[in-house]
Each structure stands twice: as C-alpha cells, then as structure tokens.
Design a protein around this ligand. Structure first.
Ligand SMILES: [Zn+2]
Ligand SMILES: [Zn+2]
Ligand SMILES: [Zn+2]
Length: 126
C-alpha cells in the first residue's frame, strides 16, 4: 500500500496543476500501471489526511489534488479550464480571517481560500 501511495504521490509531483482521481488514474494506466481506481482514491485520501498534498473542490464540486511546492500556509489561484494552479499568499486574507474570528470570540482559526478563474493561456485560446 505504501508503494502505491508513493506511485500516486509521484504522479502528482509530475503534474503542474490540480488533478482529479480520475485524471491520475488515467495517467497511471497510460504509463502501464495496473493500479485500480479505488486504490488511487485511497492513496489520495491518505496523502491528504497526512497533509502531504492539497485538496480542493472545483466549482463543480469535484475533489482535485496537488502536491504543493510550499509547505507553509498559502492559497491557490486555479484555472477552471486546464487546472493550472499558482500558489499565492494573501496577507490581507490572513488578517481578515483572524479579525473576524476574534470578533465573534472564535479561537484556533483556520481557513481555506481558493481563487478560480481562466488563466492567460486558456483565455487566449492556446
Ligand atoms: Zn499549494
Ligand atoms: Zn488554463
Ligand atoms: Zn490564508
């Protein structure tokens, strides 16, 4: 199982954008892997549980995954057409989240903010 997990992690490392379980499964199969779709799902779940990969929901509600370049807190700017992702920082968002939490007496504040759009390449039809 840990080898399978490595295989899936490796496949994610090689992609530049967010990939769904189906995408990764198709990639691995086309490379000749005998991995099953359920195994891909389980490996992705295990990797996201341990914080090794990022998971987010697209506008369509599909879960997509990515091995992040940075392991510190950050946000993503995601192209909804090709899945390309840019890692961005949002100091204003950090301050706003802490402030709004404190205002309502909340502690241990965390947040997930992803920004979706169409990347320059997709917008120009390349
Ligand atoms: Zn990231
Ligand atoms: Zn794009
Ligand atoms: Zn943040």
């Amino acid at each position: 199982m840990s080898t399978r997990r490595e295989t899936v992690r490796q496949a994610l490392n090689e992609s530049t954008g967010f990939r769904s379980a189906q995408d990764l499964y198709a990639d691995l199969r086309s490379e000749g892997s005998k991995i099953g779709l359920t195994t891909v799902y389980r490996a992705l779940q295990a990797l996201s549980d341990s914080g090794e990969i990022d998971v987010l929901r697209t506008d369509d509600g599909e879960a997509v995954y990515r091995a992040c370049i940075t392991d510190t807190h950050h946000h993503h700017l995601v192209c909804r057409t090709c899945g390309k992702a840019v890692e961005v920082e949002g100091p204003q968002v950090e301050r706003w989240a802490d402030a709004v939490g404190a205002q309502h007496g909340f502690t241990d504040i965390t947040h997930t903010v992803e920004v979706f759009g169409t990347c320059a390449a997709c917008a120009s039809g390349e």
